[in-house]
Design a protein around this ligand. Structure first.
Ligand SMILES: *Cc1c(COP(=O)(O)O)cnc(C)c1O
Length: 365
């Protein structure tokens, strides 16, 4: 289905609410079904999920599917809480971290004030602002594409950024974030840690010190469970209760029984997580070197993707030629400052060797 854009005014239904007319829906990266395609465009994990995840989902495929899942997801919350050194009342579970983020925008950000996020970041943030009628302002990254924390006001309707940032992959260290939070006790700060397991420092323990901090996490990238749709947040119990108030005004059962047991098994199998993350991190450093040799400027990534710009060949051109070779990568035409960049997810070592070979050929043409 094609999403209508704002300039398709003539196609708008007269029955739409004003909010719907003003929406700017997020457009996810292409999902290809063809197995011959090397898919490096949506930051999925190239490795299978833990076998223990599959096993526990299989064990739950039975009569109990006639029953609703636990609306509070208590067992999974306790499992996560134990790992994070917090209580179950500090953990919220949702249908992917996108849904957790949506509830955070609704529950915690203030209508009538301004929400701040980086000018180059996850493009779902402005989408949610429009959905929830929030004013927002984009804050410029530094010339090195780093988040410039100094530029965020001390009081606002809310602040959100990913750490590491997407699509740059660059992380902020914990001491910098701690100083930032110390100086902004009256503003809600959401740190989106969708990629944190790939080598960034987590801020989850700071949630016990700063009652205005919410950290969100995903099972989609590091745990290789994008298809299961599950994510969570960690924060002061008052923030978590706010999220549950929104969730329980929207959908009592957003996370199904299979996702609950699968995610629990994933959390319990930390050695498997460490194994696949370590493979991706080592492939990431190999590809970074190879791309640098091919005259790409490679931003320092703490995530499972690289954000790269070639010194002379246009990004759109490279994307087109890779596509002809059955390799998908992501290109963002906006803002202008990143038009020259490609975002390349880290696949298996074999996938990435093919990518580098094809790039070498394309650039030699
Ligand atoms: C992928 C991603 C998410 C969403 O993750 P899901 O858990 O799959 O909904 C959130 N934030 C950022 C920055 C992401 O890249």
């Amino acid at each position: 289905m094609r999403h209508l854009r704002k300039d398709d005014l003539s196609n708008m239904s007269k029955f739409w609410s004003d909010i719907v007319k003003g929406l700017d829906p997020y457009v996810p990266g292409e999902q290809a079904n063809d197995a011959s395609i090397i898919k490096l465009n949506t930051n999925e994990n190239p490795y299978a999920p833990s076998p223990k995840v599959i096993e526990s989902i299989r064990d739950s495929l039975g009569d109990q599917l006639r029953l609703y899942p636990d609306p509070q997801a208590l067992v999974l919350r306790e499992t996560i809480a134990e790992r994070e050194g917090v209580r179950a009342s500090n953990v919220f579970i949702g249908n992917g971290s996108d849904e957790v983020l949506a509830h955070a925008f609704r529950a915690l950000f203030k209508v009538g004030e301004t929400v701040f996020f980086p000018d180059i970041t996850y493009s779902f943030y402005p989408t949610y602002c429009k959905l929830f009628d929030l004013n927002y302002e984009r804050v410029a990254l530094t010339t090195d594409f780093e988040i410039d924390l100094e530029l965020y006001p001390s009081r606002s309707g809310g602040i959100i950024f990913p750490n590491p940032n997407a699509p740059t992959g660059i992380q902020k260290d914990r001491p910098a974030l701690e100083r930032f939070l110390q100086s902004r006790p009256d503003t809600i700060v959401v740190i989106d840690e969708a990629y944190v397991e790939f080598g960034a420092q987590t801020s989850s323990s700071l949630t016990t010190v700063f009652p205005n901090l919410l950290v969100t996490r995903s099972f989609s990238k590091s745990y290789s469970l994008a298809g299961l749709r599950i994510g969570y947040a960690i924060g002061h119990e008052d923030l978590i209760e706010g999220l549950y108030r929104v969730k329980d005004s929207f959908n009592s059962y957003p996370v199904d029984r299979l996702a609950l047991v699968g995610a629990e098994a994933a959390i319990r199998d930390q050695s498997y997580l460490a194994q696949i993350v370590e493979k991706i991190v080592s492939t990431r450093s190999w590809v970074s070197n190879e791309l640098a040799k091919l005259n790409f400027n490679v931003l320092p990534s703490s995530a499972n993707f690289l954000f790269v710009r070639h010194s002379s060949v246009e990004a759109e051109n490279i994307v087109k030629k890779l596509r002809q070779q059955n390799i998908l990568v992501r290109h963002f035409p906006n803002p202008d400052r990143i038009r020259g960049f490609l975002r390349i997810s880290i696949g298996t070592a074999d996938d990435m060797k093919i990518l580098v070979d094809r790039l070498r050929t394309i650039l030699a043409e």
